[in-house]
Ligand binder design. Structure first.
Ligand code: ZN
Length: 295
């Protein structure tokens, strides 16, 4: 089965991860712009990061047969730095117009500060102006209150709630997210938040409509194979293949296709792999022989 991981920070991952993801069936991913661990001190660092998301990282994924899409945004954590936030907001319109950018995100609340709210609202307006859907991060602490506040901001925007993924849901928040008309994202982490078995139980209870599953893998303790590991648990639990395909392929594809930037025929085809290719004279190889398949 072809799988889609709609929230993964590949910039922080290795080529071994790309190979294992391909082996496990992952053929498309969305990499949301986010925080890199070390707070950035220059607006230019954001710009170079945005360039790498639409440039090098997309190329790197393609070298392992994976279609790479991304979202652009000022993440909530760094929105709290007034020296940077305005500069990043000025950059965003240019990057939101780029090919392969399929949403504004990830944006939302981290500590639930007034500044975070200001930039959440401002970026929802950018999404409106650029006719893009939105990927919303919800806080890890005070998740229930943070999610409810996020949903009221979405409601006040007047935009179609179907244009929003509210991410990192759990048993406490899924019903309110779905009732608000938003898509409900779930990040399957080792040891915390949501695991594969709890995710299966949520699908059994709430169905597959507007349900999204991702690994949210990044530079922290996380696992880029959590989407295929969840599909394994779904199969074991006896969920129909049509349900699994809907959750782990059709739903993320259809959500991000609202950007108008996903070729619905091409996304169903396997990418040719040609590791003889270069990006800015740079290759993923270190003297190994290139893999060439279907090129
Ligand atoms: Zn993330």
């Amino acid at each position: 089965m072809r799988l889609f991981d709609p929230h993964i920070h590949m910039t922080s991952r290795t080529t071994d991860d790309y190979e294992a993801m391909y082996q496990a069936g992952i053929r498309a991913i969305v990499e949301p712009a986010f925080w890199l661990g070390e707070p950035r001190t220059h607006v230019g660092s954001f710009e170079d990061y945005f360039l790498s998301l639409v440039g090098w990282e997309r190329f790197r994924a393609s070298q392992f047969g994976i279609k790479h899409l991304c979202t652009m945004g000022l993440n909530p954590k760094e929105a709290n730095n007034p020296r940077l936030a305005e500069g990043v907001m000025e950059l965003l319109p240019r990057y939101l117009e780029k090919d392969g950018v399929v949403a504004v995100g990830e944006i939302g609340y981290d500590d639930v500060t007034a500044t975070e709210e200001k930039y959440l609202i401002a970026q929802i307006e950018l999404a409106r102006a650029h006719a893009l859907p939105v990927l919303i991060h919800t806080p890890h602490r005070n998740k229930k209150a943070g999610t409810e506040r996020t949903l009221s901001v979405i409601k006040e925007s007047g935009l179609d709630p179907g244009l929003f993924i509210v991410d990192h849901n759990n048993e406490e928040t899924i019903a309110t997210t779905l009732d608000a008309g938003c898509w409900a994202g779930h990040s399957i982490y080792p040891g915390t938040k949501m695991d594969e078995v709890r995710m299966v139980a949520l699908i059994q209870k709430y169905g597959a409509e507007k349900i999204i599953v991702n690994s949210a893998a990044d530079w922290g303790k996380s696992d880029p194979l959590k989407v295929p590991k969840t599909t394994d648990k779904m199969l074991e639990a006896g969920l129909a293949e049509a349900i699994i395909k809907k959750v782990c392929w059709d739903n993320p594809r259809d959500f991000f296709a609202q950007s108008g930037r996903i070729d619905m025929l091409a996304i169903e085809q396997d990418l040719p792999i040609d590791q003889t290719q270069l990006h800015a004279e740079n290759s993923v190889l270190r003297g190994q022989s290139p893999r060439v398949e279907g090129a």
